[in-house]
Design a protein around this ligand. Sequence first.
Ligand code: C2G
Length: 130
Amino acid sequence: MKKIITFGTFDVLHIGHIRILQRARALGDHLTVGISTDALNFSKKQKTPIYSERDRMEIIRSIIGVDEVFLEHSLDLKGEYIKQYQADVLVMGDDWAGRFDHYNTLCEVVYLPRTEGISTTSTLEEIRRY
Ligand code: C2G
C-alpha cells in the first residue's frame, strides 16, 4: 500500500484545498493529512485561523479520500510525522516548492501546482466586501 502525507491549515475550506487533497490521494492508496494547529498558525502569522483546529480537523476528516488526520504542531517535525505515519510520498502545493526537498531521504517529495485565483485570504477579502 502506497501512503501519502500532506500538510496544511485548510482554513475556510475552498476548491484549491479540495483539489490538492484529491490529487494527493490519487498518487497512492491512503492519505494522511497534518492539520496545522492554531498555535502554529499564530506563531507564523500572529493570527489564529477563523476555524478552530478541532473544526478544521473534523472538516478535513469528512472529505472523501482522506483516510487519517492529525494535528501538526511544528513545521520542523515533518520528518517525525513522515516516519510515524509511514508515508511513502510527501505532497505539498508548489508554493512550498523546494522547501521540503531534504525529506527525500525518508520518502518521495512531490509538489503539485496550486489552483490559481483562490486563497483563504482572497476569500475573506471578498466576504468583507460583500
Ligand atoms: N493550495 C492549493 N491551491 C490554492 C490554495 C492552497 O493547492 N489555491 C494548497 C497549498 O499549496 C497547500 C494546501 O492547499 O498544499 C493547504 O494550504 P494552506 O491551508 O494554505 O496550508 P499552508 O498554510 O500552506 O500549510 O506544513 C505546512 C503548514 O501546514 C502550512
